[in-house]
Ligand binder design. Sequence first.
Ligand SMILES: Cc1cc2nc3c(=O)[nH]c(=O)nc-3n(C[C@H](O)[C@H](O)[C@H](O)COP(=O)(O)OP(=O)(O)OC[C@H]3O[C@@H](n4cnc5c(N)ncnc54)[C@H](O)[C@@H]3O)c2cc1C
Length: 430
Amino acid sequence: MTNLTYPHYLQRSGWNALLPTRQSKPPLSLDIKVDVAIIGAGYTGIAAAKRWRELAPDDEIAIIDASELGEGTPGRNSGFLLEIALANDANPEQIRRMRECNRLIGQTMNKIVREVEISGIDCALERTGTYRAAAGNAGRKSLLQYRSFLQAVGLPFENLDRQAMQQRLGTSFYRQGLYSPHCYLAQPAALIKALAQQLPRDIQCYENTPATQLRKAGNAWLIETPAATIEAQTVVLANNAFSKTLGIGKSQLVAVYTYAAITKPLDEAMLASLGSDKSWGVLPAHRLGSTLRKTQDGRLMVRSFYGYEKETQTVAVTSELRKNLLRRFPQLEDTPFDRVWGGAIGFTMNGGTLWGEVKPGLFVSAGCNGGGVVKGTLFGELLADLANGQEVPDVPKLFGKANWIPPEPWRAIGFHLLAAVERFRGRAEI
Ligand SMILES: Cc1cc2nc3c(=O)[nH]c(=O)nc-3n(C[C@H](O)[C@H](O)[C@H](O)COP(=O)(O)OP(=O)(O)OC[C@H]3O[C@@H](n4cnc5c(N)ncnc54)[C@H](O)[C@@H]3O)c2cc1C
């Protein structure tokens, strides 16, 4: 376990490495006083800042991020932008609640699409839809559950057998699949840059500026960073799992690391062997399964494997990712990875979120549970609404409220035990 208050990764983001170099904004070097300080320039923090500016045009707003745009956690994900609830959120018995969640998520997705268009940055954003795939019984069970949810809310989908999956994706690994059109795929490092580019010019964003401490100082909040301090009337914690290192969410949040790798662009013959769809994305039916993508520019990406509270060494990660990729695509035996990287997820035990005003003037949205590009954007906006006295939907009721998890060492023991059980149950899906 690490005492760092922010993520510090072993490898560069593979997605960001594919983009032209960008000059980051300078770190905070002088003490400042602002109305609102936002910690974390991810999907949540950027969305909160934009919405805040709409509601309070005169407030002085500053955002700080421990990393650089594109290089930090928001630029490390697999780039699935789901327009509807994730398989493990879905509960067909609560149709009305899920419909409302999907309505909110859908609206947010439309805004993201518009902002990407305006930015002019190529994010490879494409509404490809997504496959959910099952190789064994645990996966099939989740797939059936997801199918009944889609049926219940009247959303379109296609059922696919092994042969159809083979034809579309070029692998006979999966016994069964389901295709849903409600998903975009994107280049995540480009996406966060495009969304940040749309920040109003008067909002200062300080990169490479980690918050190392947060405390109350009189009526205000004081944020310490390596070179300077920020005094703010209101603080928004948008730094996901790392909120707990600043004292908020210690009993709800765990930092779970997961890993991804991408190949160089593949040749035509190899691409032809990877199914009839030009680009595709596969999400695992089981939560410990692997995510895969065939990208617009002809690469294959795999995401798999989890680490508790600290990043696993790259050699071990690479071998695990290769094994999982080759189980599905043995034809890639001689194709090395171009990049391998990890990223931290804010994990909560029950999949709920930590959201709202936790102390006077201190707001938080954390616990993305591995699916927070669109949801984070939504929660960030709603947090700004809440802080500015707007009427907001009951986020914890709609999306779940993070429950209590025991302290260490019980937490680590529980996590490893649960992970072992889940790994065994879902072994065919990994
Ligand atoms: C490998 C991987 C694949 C994933 N795939 C998907 C996917 O396909 N689709 C999806 O929706 N989600 C996916 N996720 C999850 C997704 O990345 C997150 O849900 C999303 O990024 C959450 O956005 P956020 O803004 O809430 O938090 P984050 O993206 O975690 O951003 C938090 C920001 O806070 C900064 N920060 C942290 N601590 C501090 C501090 N002390 N001081 C200052 N700044 C700080 C970080 O640098 C970071 O930029 C994946 C995650 C990983 C790691």
